[in-house]
Design a protein around this ligand. Sequence first.
Ligand code: GLN
Length: 248
Amino acid sequence: MSSLAVRVMWLYPDHMNIYADRGNISVLEHRCRWRGIDFELGTAGPGDAIDPDAHDLYYMGGGQDRDQALVTRDLADTKRDSLAAAVDSGASFLAVCGGYQLLGHSYEVPGSDPLPGLGLVDLRTVREPGERLIGNVLIEADVGSGPRRIAGFENHGGRTYLGDGEQPLGRVVSGFGNNGKDGAEGVRRGKLIGTYLHGPLLPKNAWLADVLIGWALERRTGTVPDLEPLDDEMERAAHESAVRAALR
Ligand code: GLN
């Protein structure tokens, strides 16, 4: 093993993984390996405990309501405290759609008991009357290096509302975002990102993968890494095509 490694924990790969969200893991892996950085991937499903020091980036993808119900119980039973400890000690977290909803206090679906979330950020999600929020989406976000565009695809029935102290990941340029009303998309608190954007997210926004890789290495080494630039011609084309789709 080389001394430099990005250590990723993929939560519930069999349950929280729709719209090819596994593509996000693939992008992280390739962008590390192309630079000679080791990539260590752990997975945790129902019943598996988490060691908060063993990984620097946690990832949870999207899921249907029934999978979220199963995952919610398991998070409370076996993972919530360890994940809170990992985030408190500087680990990064990327959560997409159903995973994003579970970062907050609860997901409320009329006629069912509310699903309690991890409570890592102050947000709640409610399944309100009305159509699902579906379509291509473009947001403008600033995750530390100035405003950048993030393009993707959203499909959610839940509407998410951030608490007063929380910042969105970005502002909606085109699409619905958190709830189709307030112009906010996702949440960002430090190195924790929640977003409704599938796509999958990282293949269409490779620069964001590098932000996450940088955060993970910073936690491991204590210094902000200088990541070698890659030939991103194809990645840029994928991004531009997703942007055009969202603006159409
Ligand atoms: N089940 C959630 C909703 O519809 C999340 C769906 C998803 O992850 N795409 O709101």
